[in-house]
Design a protein around this ligand. Structure first.
Ligand code: GCU
Length: 415
C-alpha cells in the first residue's frame, strides 16, 4: 500500500509507472547553456528572465496581480496559552474579494520573520478555536472530507460542515513556530479562487474580461494571492517583511514555488510533497505525469501546458529551472516515502539539477547526488528531505523547515 491512488485519468486507462527501470533516460534543458561565458552575468541579465517567461508562456500562464489589497477589519489579539504570543484575523479584500488572513505571532520587541502559506480546509480547519467561524466558501470534499460526495466535486457549492473544524490543525504547529520566534500568516486557498474548473473560469471571465481563460492558471492566481499577502505584511511593523518565507503542501507547494519564482520578497521557499507540476521533473516518467495532471486538474495550469502531454521533450523548461528562479534564496523540497505519486526521486533530481545556478552564487550546497534515505535531511541553501509516511505535512517536516529558517531568516544578516 505504498503508492497513492491515482486519479480520474485512471478511468481513461492511465497506469502510473512505478518501475525505476522504465523511467526513461533523462535529458534536461539547461538553465545555463554549456560554454556560456560569465555565467552569472548571463543568468542575471538575460537567462533568468527568459526562463521565467518560458514558465509563464508554457506552464503557469500570465501573472495574476491583485491590484487593490485593502484591510477591511483587524480582530483583537487573542493571547496564546501554550506559547508567548497571540493570534489575530485580518479580513482583507483582494480586488473586492474577501480573503481572511489568520496570523499567529510571537510577543517580540522587534519585527519577526513570517511563514506565509495557504491552508486547504479553511482557517477554521487549522485550529480548534471556536472563535473562528466555519468558512462559507466552496469546500473541496476530496481534500477535506467535509462533505463526502466526490461525484459533485466540481458542480455543487460544497460547504464546510462544523465537523471540519480543526481537521488540518496537525499541519500547523503554531505554538512551536511561535516559540521559535517566527510568525505565521495563513489563509484559505478557496478564498482566492475555488479549486475547480468552473469557478476558475468564472473568476477569470469576471476579473479579466475579454482575456482567454486558458492564458491563466489557478496556480498563477493563488501565487498572486500570496503576493497580495506580502503586500499587506509589508504594512505591519511587527513583521520583518525582508524575511518572509512561503510554504505550501502538494498543489499549494507547486504554488509556493511559483510564487517564490515570481516574487523576490519571499526569501525562503518551501515545497512540501509538491510533486508533478511542482518540484518533480516532468520528463521523468514516474507516478503522476504531465498528461494525467492536465486531464485531472486542467485549471491548475495554462492551456498550453496540456499540449506537451505527449511530447514532453518539446517543453522548453523542466522543474529544476523553476527552482533555479529562486536562487540564491534558500529553497526546501521535501518528499515522503508513501507518496510515490509525487515521484520523490524526481523531486530530489530536480534539486540536484538546480545546483547549476545556485553554484554561481554560493558554496553552501549539499554535495551528494544520491537521494538520501529517510530521516537524513540535506540542509544548505538547497534543501531536501525524504521522510517515512504518507503525502502530508507533519511535525517532522516543520522541524526541518524551522531549523533551516533559523539559519537563514534569523541568524544571517542578509538573505
Ligand atoms: C492530487 C494531484 C497532485 C496534488 C495533490 C494535492 O493528488 O494529483 O498533483 O499535488 O492532489 O494537492 O494534494
Amino acid at each position: 500500500a505504498v503508492f497513492t491512488a491515482p486519479s480520474a485519468f485512471a478511468a481513461e486507462g492511465f497506469k502510473p509507472n512505478y518501475d525505476e527501470s522504465k523511467t526513461g533516460s533523462l535529458s534536461l534543458p539547461q538553465a545555463i547553456p554549456a560554454g556560456t561565458k560569465d555565467a552569472r552575468l548571463a543568468w542575471e541579465t538575460t537567462r533568468r528572465s527568459e526562463i521565467l517567461n518560458l514558465f509563464h508562456d508554457n506552464v503557469y500562464g500570465k501573472t495574476f496581480t491583485f491590484k487593490q489589497v485593502k484591510v477591511i477589519k483587524t480582530s483583537a489579539k487573542h493571547p496564546l496559552t501554550l506559547s508567548k504570543g497571540y493570534w489575530q484575523t485580518v479580513d482583507l479584500s483582494l480586488d473586492g474579494r474577501p480573503a481572511q488572513l489568520l496570523m499567529y505571532m510571537p510577543d517580540s520587541a522587534k519585527p519577526v520573520p513570517v511563514f506565509v502559506g495557504y491552508n486547504f480546509c479553511g482557517n477554521h480547519g487549522v485550529t480548534f478555536d471556536p472563535a473562528l467561524p466555519v468558512s462559507t466558501q466552496w469546500a473541496n470534499p476530496l481534500v477535506c472530507g467535509s462533505k463526502v460526495d466526490p461525484t459533485q466535486v466540481t458542480t455543487l457549492h460544497n460547504t464546510f460542515t462544523p465537523a471540519s473544524r480543526g481537521v488540518r490543525a496537525y499541519r500547523w504547529p503554531f505554538d512551536d513556530i511561535v516559540s521559535q520566534g517566527f510568525g505565521v500568516a495563513t489563509l484559505y486557498y478557496g478564498d482566492v479562487v475555488a479549486d475547480n474548473p468552473a469557478d476558475f473560469q468564472r473568476f477569470i471571465q469576471t476579473s479579466r474580461p475579454g482575456e482567454a481563460v486558458g492564458d491563466y492558471s489557478a496556480i498563477g492566481v493563488w501565487a498572486g494571492g500570496l503576493s497580495a499577502v506580502a503586500d499587506y505584511l509589508q504594512t505591519r511593523k511587527d513583521v520583518d517583511s525582508d524575511r518572509l518565507a512561503v510554504i505550501g503542501h502538494s498543489r499549494l507547494g507547486k504554488t509556493a514555488l511559483w510564487a517564490g519564482a515570481n516574487d523576490l520578497r519571499f526569501r525562503y521557499v518551501i515545497a512540501n510533497n509538491a510533486g508533478e507540476g511542482g518540484a518533480a521533473l516532468a520528463r521523468r516518467n514516474y507516478g503522476e505525469t504531465l498528461a494525467s495532471i492536465t486531464t485531472d486538474f486542467p485549471h491548475w495550469f495554462s492551456a498550453k501546458y496540456a499540449s506537451y502531454a505527449n511530447n514532453i521533450d518539446a517543453l522548453p523548461v523542466d522543474q529544476h529551472m523553476l527552482i533555479d528562479l529562486i536562487a540564491p534564496r534558500p529553497v526546501y523540497v521535501a518528499s515522503a516515502k508513501e507518496d510515490q505519486w509525487s515521484d520523490p526521486k524526481g523531486e530530489f533530481l530536480s534539486v540536484v539539477a538546480a545546483k547549476s545556478v545556485y553554484q554561481l552564487y554560493t558554496d553552501d550546497i549539499f554535495t551528494t547526488d544520491q537521494q538520501p534515505k529517510t530521516g537524513q535531511p540535506l540542509h544548505s541553501r538547497l534543501n531536501y528531505h525524504y521522510r517515512e509516511g504518507v503525502h502530508d505535512l507533519f511535525h517532522y517536516d516543520w522541524q526541518q523547515y524551522l531549523d533551516v529558517g533559523k539559519k537563514y531568516l534569523q541568524e544571517e544578516t542578509s538573505v
